[in-house]
Design a protein around this ligand. Structure first.
Ligand code: UDP
Ligand code: MG
Length: 333
């Protein structure tokens, strides 16, 4: 599809969310521009300020002034979260290949050429796996859980969903931009629209300055965003639990009946156990009913989200037939 020749002319957009990163930002911009200047492709750097309260916005303005036409700054009025910031950057981007990474230098900008090279081979999504991950044990365990749950729930196998050092092809970016929903988790969303995906190993560095912008609460929020935006699977768990409880109730009831017949009435504790059996059956039934309601709510959610039902990547050929008018009748030429 892409000859080696025109691969070098594919333009690159680098999209970076920035939230209170004044300590790292200058160094980040310097290193990233160095890498981009070393490429033969035309490129741009888009810094999206996610409502920072420190001097990050002015650093971005300054960098943009010094690199006219190369660095774009986008500024939010308040903090909307990393993924929203990245989407805003996507909307601004013009490149054929869009690379995302964090501003905290944990994802070395020097890895960008590797991603671009892979994307140039025709992959829609180039993910990355952090080698020698430099995060606290707590974060690593949390990430591991997220990765497991996400991979299972979405059916898209990727080793490391948390690493934002990624490259996306233009069609995937366009598809993502057609999704107007509020809660997004970009790596997963991208995978739903991707044709070919691949993962490569990248370095991971310690945060040189500042703290992670994710508190435990924000992490839990993110996890919920991820689960609810991608699946209605948790709702089904309700029905499943209900069915299990009901079956246990019925089983218990049968067991009581059998014991009653063979061991005599003393065993039944004057009907207390029987009541329990009946209770179980009804509790289970309630769960099943909730699951059913949940299933409808899930569908309402999917509908209101207004995602495109499908995404046409390319089309070939065409038809000589006359175009149809809006009513479907042939238009006279
Ligand atoms: N970030 C953001 N908005 C937020 C939180 C984080 O734009 O509300 C940015 C942050 O500036 C950084 C990236 O998202 O560029 C990743 O954040 P961080 O390094 O704190 O996350 P971690 O590495 O701990 O996952
Ligand atoms: Mg980080």
């Amino acid at each position: 599809m892409n000859t080696d020749n025109n691969q070098n002319h594919r333009s690159i957009s680098v999209v970076v969310p920035v939230y209170n990163e004044e300590d790292n930002l200058k160094e980040f911009i310097r290193r990233t521009m160095l890498v981009l200047d070393g490429l033969s492709n035309p490129s741009e750097l888009i810094l999206v300020d996610d409502g920072s309260r420190d001097s990050s916005p002015s650093i971005i303005k300054e960098a943009s002034d010094q690199n006219q036409g190369r660095i774009t700054g986008v500024f939010f009025n308040r903090n909307y979260g990393q993924h929203t910031a990245v989407i805003a950057g996507f909307a601004q981007s013009r490149g054929d290949i869009v690379v995302t990474l964090d501003a905290d230098l944990q994802n070395p900008p020097e890895e960008i050429p590797k991603l671009i090279a892979k994307a140039g081979e025709g992959y829609d999504v180039v993910g990355s796996v952090r080698m020698g991950r430099q995060d606290t044990a707590f974060r690593r365990i949390f990430s591991w859980m997220i990765n497991q749950v996400t991979a299972k729930a979405t059916g898209v196998e990727m080793t490391d969903y948390g690493c934002m050092l990624r490259a996306y092809s233009r069609p995937v970016i366009d598809a993502i931009l057609q999704c107007p929903e509020r809660s997004t988790f970009i790596p997963v969303l991208a995978n739903t629209f991707a044709n070919r995906t691949i993962e490569i190993d990248v370095e991971h560095a310690e945060r040189p300055a500042g703290d992670s912008k994710y508190s435990v609460f924000k992490l839990i929020n993110l996890q919920f965003d991820l689960l609810t935006s991608m699946t209605t699977f948790p709702l089904r768990i309700l029905s499943f639990i209900g069915a299990v409880i009901s079956c246990l109730g019925i089983g218990f009831g049968i067991f009581l009946l059998v014991v009653r017949i063979f061991a005599g009435p003393e065993w039944a504790a004057q009907g207390v156990f029987t009541l329990f059996a009946i209770l179980f059956i009804f509790i289970g039934a309630q769960f099943v009913a909730m699951g059913l309601i949940g299933e409808y709510i899930g569908r309402i959610y999917t509908e209101t989200r207004g995602r495109p039902r499908y995404f046409v990547r390319t089309r070939v050929g065409g038809s000589d037939l006359p175009e149809l008018s809006a009513s479907g009748a042939n238009v006279k030429k």
